[in-house]
Design a protein around this ligand. Structure first.
Ligand SMILES: Nc1nc2c(ncn2[C@@H]2O[C@H](COP(=O)(O)OP(=O)(O)OP(=O)(O)O)[C@@H](O)[C@H]2O)c(=O)[nH]1
Ligand SMILES: [Mg+2]
Length: 300
């Protein structure tokens, strides 16, 4: 029997959008106290809408992590940006996150029209404030204040959890009252298979460079639990765009693929609370980032 909160609570959906690499996924994980969404120092890490479900004594907030908004040219990138903007259509609140180290803005990059059209309260989150001295914040507030009628502007450091309490205090009064949409004991409604594939993709983002991370996609092909031994066998395929990239991804004597596998397995075991056998295959799928049919197969 799924465990729903019985009483009426504050309940709503929030979209978390902003440019790439500002710390959106870091914030989602910080609020949930658990790693659901992958994080890397490279831009365009997140490619999908990742729902996180945050439960409190009298609230349930669904927070949608989204891909960074950027100038897209390939079909994959266009899909990513579309996912971010589409997320705005049915939410109660929008969080627009920026990085405090950005140059002072003269406009809200690429998003002002969408924010206006959505007609929802927009909270500006100024992230990574640990990177600047406090006195440099005021001019940043002043610059953004001129650009959009933000409901609130909140400085945070998602990596350290600083400011998350103020964010929650700001959000709660803006949410409608209503029954919770999800059981109170699940942190996301993304599937385990999806998160497992993401954790493998994260390690590729962390361990490889140049175009390699952007040319890879991961699917989980097999997921088999052995209840007697509490072991899960997972088979996954890493797709790469060109033959020439295959060698780099596999590495000398398989060393790179091995590193990716070892690190991913650790995260996956933590997520699933079981021992995992992780088997990785690499497959060339020519120019898949431009292949509409293949993108569909991947779920875009
Ligand atoms: N110093 C500092 N770094 C942070 C903070 N929050 C996030 N980061 C770092 O910023 C980088 C990007 O973080 P992500 O959470 O992946 O950013 P994102 O906005 O989800 O990026 P995309 O998915 O590519 O759009 C990572 O290296 C994080 O560790 C923060 O508060 N302070
Ligand atoms: Mg992200």
């Amino acid at each position: 029997m799924e465990n729903y909160q019985k009483k009426a609570v504050k309940s709503g959906v929030i979209s978390l959008i902003g440019p790439p690499n500002v710390g959106k996924s870091t914030l989602l994980n910080c609020l949930l106290g658990q790693k659901i969404s992958i994080v890397s120092p490279k831009p365009q890490t997140t490619r999908n809408r990742i729902p996180g479900i945050l439960n409190g004594p009298d609230y349930q907030i669904v927070i949608l992590d989204t891909p960074g908004i950027h100038k897209a040219n390939s079909p994959l990138n266009l899909e990513m940006v579309k996912i971010a903007f589409d997320s705005l259509s049915e939410v109660d609140i929008i969080i627009f996150m920026i990085d405090v180290t950005f140059p002072l803005p003269t406009k809200i990059p690429d998003a002002a029209d969408y924010l206006e059209k959505a007609g929802r309260p927009v909270i500006l989150l100024i992230n990574k404030v640990d990177l600047i001295p406090k006195e440099r914040l005021l001019p940043i507030f002043k610059a953004y204040e001129k650009l959009y009628p933000f409901q609130a502007m909140i400085p945070i450091a998602a990596l350290h959890g600083d400011g998350a309490d103020i964010l929650l205090e700001t959000i709660l009064p803006l949410l409608p009252s209503g029954p919770p949409l999800y059981p109170i004991d699940i942190p996301t409604d993304a599937t385990e298979r999806f998160i497992v594939a993401e954790m493998i993709r994260e390690k590729i983002f962390l361990l490889t460079s140049q175009e390699i991370p952007y040319s890879t996609a991961v699917t989980v092909d097999r997921f088999k639990e052995n209840e007697a031994t509490n072991r899960i066998t997972i088979h996954a395929t890493i797709f790469i765009e060109r033959n020439s990239q295959k060698g780099i991804l596999i590495g000398k004597g398989g060393s790179m693929l091995k590193k990716i596998g070892i690190r991913a397995r650790k995260d996956i075991e933590k997520l699933l609370g079981a021992k995992v056998n992780l088997k990785l295959w690499v497959k060339v799928q020519k120019e898949w980032t431009r292949d509409i049919r293949f993108l569909k197969e991947l779920g875009f």
